[in-house]
Design a protein around this ligand. Structure first.
Ligand code: GDP
Ligand code: MG
Length: 596
């Protein structure tokens, strides 16, 4: 194909602004999907994506579109919309020359609109501003067209207005894509270079890798090389999605498509990597490759200890399709055998957990999520802490925690509430701009740990659901952090250790001690529950003793009744966990871990 007729573009939008619906309309209009096969959110293939209406994995579809008697090929790349997957979004964007910036005409610009716009600008994409949902009675197209035009610095008349629901304006939008988005440029005669922007595991075909060919050409049966690792593979199949996979002889400059090499694990075909040919290959990789780095960790334990091997198998399987998922075995006195699992963020954690429970039928306990801490000791040794119970003891020089740049957008009446929330979360205001007279954008630097817990819920409730939030990691900073341990009868309960800011240690200690006092049944002896920082106790509660003598009820009478009671007591013990001398029902730990 002549690169001059190719247009590679993506749709970027805040969640629920209608990206998937617009993609559906484009599939229909270009007639690549037959009317009777059309179903809502055609491209969102994973069950969880459909149910939650979010896009996790991006997909590329090839759409034919004629304008002014010329047949064009539009490659539409549906990007994941959530903050956890920013890196994947940025790679999808790097495969494009233009983007459709889609904004809900009843909502206006939201935090992810901005985050995605910035990524698009960093990638030098041509931006086509579009207001969606103009069919809604609550739509305010004039107001938000002005907002959008002001934001990207274009004329209000350049803002297109569509309804992805009714299809109004969508054909004109495709025309605009052909007119405005530049054709890809690359050197046909140069050694082949293709960028991987997505990589998906398929149980029948192995890993399907999505690429954009930047220079040269990739052909079937050729031997390709991954530039980050040097690994080589044979190209078993190459082709395009229209939208089902259609094999071809090869992909040339500017083309977007898929390839299959028979590898079984997405980690061998990583997003952001450059593919070249083994013979006569390129020497310089395309820029922008990054290893996915887990930002949030949580311990995952099977409720029933005998499910441990199943949990390991399930994680192995998920990892085939998720290069960002990492895990290693860990044991906990309170919870038994499990894994410490690393995630890109909270949504990633939730999705993985849900898949483990739903697709693999596992019942899981998850410890409270924590971020990664860097610790420098006074003697100069460095530690990376992914599990609070492994926080080093001894003389500590400095503790560092990850920080993010957060963008919050809300009606201006909520400025005070948002500032107050960010203040209590150790945030510092970096800037503030009015998007229109009654909507404001606030930029904060915040510790990731403060966002990981219930920040989003708190924000929603303080702003009646009107605020939106997006954030991206910017690095780490030193902070006054301490480890709080929870002790039962003098023994540490590993699952409850937490790293918190010094000013919040007391509150955490009191909260956990009170919770546990309510949950732990009385024992034959008094059980002190303590919260401690190092050897200093900061909070204490007591579970008072009882004499737990089940036989006293029977007056030594009926012997079979006596035996039954003894057996019942034994049964009950099975689900008990023993911490030092104290027996605790597993349910108590689970209840204490669940956030409220
Ligand atoms: P995404 O999260 O950006 O992919 O958004 P979806 O495509 O899943 O759309 C979110 C919701 O908005 C769905 O309930 C859609 O049916 C609805 N929606 C999308 N486009 C329109 C539109 O043009 N008009 C109306 N009335 N609803 C729309
Ligand atoms: Mg979607």
């Amino acid at each position: 194909t002549d690169p001059a007729v190719i247009r590679n573009f993506c749709i970027i939008a805040h969640i629920d602004h209608g990206k998937s619906t617009l993609a559906d309309r484009m599939l229909q209009l270009t007639e690549v999907v037959e009317q009777r096969q059309m179903r809502a959110q055609y491209l969102d293939r994973m069950d969880i994506e459909r149910e939650r209406g979010i896009t996790i994995k991006s997909q590329a579809v090839r759409l034919p579109w004629d304008l002014d008697d010329t047949s064009h090929i539009l490659n539409m790349i549906d990007t994941p919309g959530h903050v956890d997957f920013t890196y994947e979004v940025s790679r999808s964007l790097a495969a494009c020359e233009g983007c459709v910036l889609l904004v809900d005409a009843a909502q206006g610009i939201e935090a992810q609109t901005l985050a995605n716009l910035y990524l698009a600008m960093e990638n030098d994409l041509t931006i086509i501003p579009v207001l969606n949902k103009i069919d809604l009675p609550a739509a305010q197209p004039e107001k938000f067209a002005a907002e959008l035009a002001h934001l990207i610095g274009c004329d209000v008349s350049d803002v297109l207005k569509v309804s992805a629901k009714t299809g109004e304006g969508v054909a004109e939008l495709l025309d605009e894509v052909v007119r405005k988005v530049p054709a890809p440029v690359g050197v046909a005669e140069a050694p082949a270079r293709a960028m991987i922007f997505d990589s998906v595991y398929d149980s029948y075909r192995g890993v399907v890798t999505y690429v954009k060919v930047v220079d040269g050409r990739l052909g079937k049966r050729e031997r390709i090389q991954m530039m980050s690792s040097g690994a080589t593979h044979e190209l078993l199949e190459i082709g395009t999605n229209s939208p089902e996979m259609t094999a071809a002889a090869g992909l040339a400059v500017g083309e977007v498509g898929y390839l299959i090499t028979g590898v079984k694990d997405v980690r061998q075909s990583r997003v952001g990597d450059t593919i070249t040919l083994m013979k006569g290959g390129a020497t310089e990789a395309l820029g922008g490759y990054k290893d996915p780095k887990p930002m949030v960790f949580s311990g995952l334990y099977p409720l029933d200890g005998s499910d441990y091997p199943d949990l390991r198998d399930a994680l192995d399987k998920l990892q085939l399709n998720d290069a960002a998922l990492s895990y290693e075995p860990e044991t906990s006195a309170a919870l038994g055998f499990g894994f410490r699992v690393g995630f890109l963020g909270l949504l990633h954690l939730e999705v993985v957990r849900e898949r483990l429970e739903r697709e693999f039928g596992l019942d899981l306990i998850a410890t409270a999520p924590n971020v990664v801490y860097g610790v420098t000791m006074e003697d100069g040794t460095e530690h990376t802490v992914t599990n609070p119970s492994e926080f080093p003891s001894g003389k500590i020089d400095e503790v560092r925690e990850p920080v993010v740049r957060a963008t919050l957008i809300a009606p201006s009446e909520f400025i005070g509430a948002i500032m107050e929330l960010c203040q209590t979360r150790r945030g510092s205001l970096q800037g503030m701009d009015y998007l229109s007279e009654d909507r404001v954008e606030l930029r904060y630097s915040l510790p990731l740990a403060e966002i990981v817990f219930d920040f989003f819920d708190a924000l929603k409730s303080k702003t009646r659901g009107y605020a939106s939030l997006d954030y991206e990691p910017t690095g780490e900073q030193a902070a006054d952090l301490v480890k709080v341990d929870i002790l039962l009868h003098g023994d540490k309960v590993d699952a409850f250790s937490a790293i918190v800011h010094k000013d919040k240690a007391y509150a955490y200690g009191v909260r956990m001690a009170t919770k546990l006092r309510e949950l732990i049944p009385r024992q034959q002896f008094e059980v002190p529950i303590q919260a401690a920082v190092g050897s200093r106790v900061i909070a204490r509660e007591t579970v008072r003793a009882i004499r737990k003598d089940v036989l006293s009820k029977c007056y030594g009478g009926d012997i079979s009744r006596k035996r039954k009671l003894l057996e019942k007591q034994k049964e009950g013990k099975k689900r008990m966990k023993v911490v030092g001398r104290v027996e605790v029902p597993q349910e108590a730990f689970i209840a204490a871990l669940s956030s409220d």
